[in-house]
Design a protein around this ligand. Structure first.
Ligand SMILES: NC(=O)C1=CN([C@@H]2O[C@H](COP(=O)(O)OP(=O)(O)OC[C@H]3O[C@@H](n4cnc5c(N)ncnc54)[C@H](O)[C@@H]3O)[C@@H](O)[C@H]2O)C=CC1
Ligand SMILES: CC(=O)C(C)=O
Length: 258
């Protein structure tokens, strides 16, 4: 087994996942970046290679268990091990409850919940085989602690991520696998561009007005960058967090207080 630890990041082609991957690379991890968007994935991998980051990639859909298994196999084939697995990929949906359609509800749960479950299963299987323990880290949200209007279904998926984070932490503790989650607030990524567009449609707001409105209550006075999330995930991926498991922690600049 190689000396260099390996971190796998789903939805790593852009946004928060890309920020996390960059940070973990600078922390010394070999990186397996995965995304279903091949174009953004290839662009980011090229950028990382130009920065001499030890990176390999896998195109896959987190909502397919066979893709999650193949992602772990890719990591093992390239780097011989999986130490950290980050279930970052996620999608949003903006709609009042009256308008939530069955197909959209299914898709949201398939990606944000089933995808996390399949990722946890594939990662834990490999970590148990290695016998080295490991860290599984899930993308939750402030919406996983407090449901938001127009984001009811999305919020429900993130409450569910919190439940799986707790239960997985309890089940895998004996294998020295910790399971925690990061709960960002308002991060200026493609996801928020789409949420903003959805709010324009349903609430009659001007473009970017929703982003501004949601951001008004941030105690630290600014919206979040992927790097703000990555700084915390760096801790979760490190041995400094060895005594922490089952937690879904707010990293939101002060929006939701538990
Ligand atoms: N942007 C924000 O304000 C917040 C985001 N989050 C969560 O953080 C995570 C990352 O969000 P962002 O970077 O903002 O999103 P993003 O939309 O900018 O990037 C998400 C990436 O995931 C990929 N992806 C989507 N569905 C996939 C699938 N089925 N299989 C594989 N890859 C898939 C996309 O192609 C994209 O590259 C998500 O789980 C999101 O729910 C949580 C709180 C706040
Ligand atoms: C996208 C998201 O999780 C929020 C709360 O903005």
């Amino acid at each position: 087994m190689s000396d260099q630890k390996t971190a796998v990041i789903t939805g790593g082609g852009q946004g928060i996942g890309k920020g996390i991957a960059k940070r973990l690379a600078s922390d010394g991890f070999a990186i397996i970046l995965s995304d279903m968007n091949e174009e953004v994935l290839n662009t980011t991998v090229k950028e990382f290679k130009e920065q001499n980051i030890n990176v390999a990639s896998f195109v896959g859909n987190v909502s397919k268990p066979e893709d999650q298994e193949a992602l772990v196999k890719t990591a093992v084939d390239h780097f011989g091990r999986v130490d950290v697995f980050i279930n970052n990929a996620g999608i949003e949906q903006v709609a009042p409850i009256d308008n939530i359609q069955p197909s959209e509800l299914e898709k949201l749960f398939q990606v944000n919940v089933f995808g996390v479950v399949y990722g946890i299963q594939a990662a834990a299987k490999q970590m148990k085989k290695q016998g080295t323990g490991g860290k599984i880290i899930n993308a939750c949200s402030i919406a996983g602690h407090q449901a938001f209007t127009m984001l009811a279904a999305y919020s429900a998926t993130k409450f569910s991520v919190r439940a799986f984070t707790q239960a997985a932490a309890k089940e895998y503790a004996k294998d020295k696998i910790t399971v925690n989650a990061y709960c960002p607030g308002i991060v200026g990524t493609g996801m928020w561009d789409r949420i903003d567009a959805g709010m324009v449609e349903y609430m009659g707001l001007e473009q970017e007005e929703a982003f501004k409105k949601f951001s008004e209550g941030i105690a630290l006075g600014r919206t979040q960058e992927p790097e703000d999330v990555a700084n915390f995930v760096s801790y979760l991926a490190s041995s400094d967090s060895d005594y922490m498991t089952g937690q879904s922690v707010m990293i939101d600049g002060g929006i939701v207080y538990n």
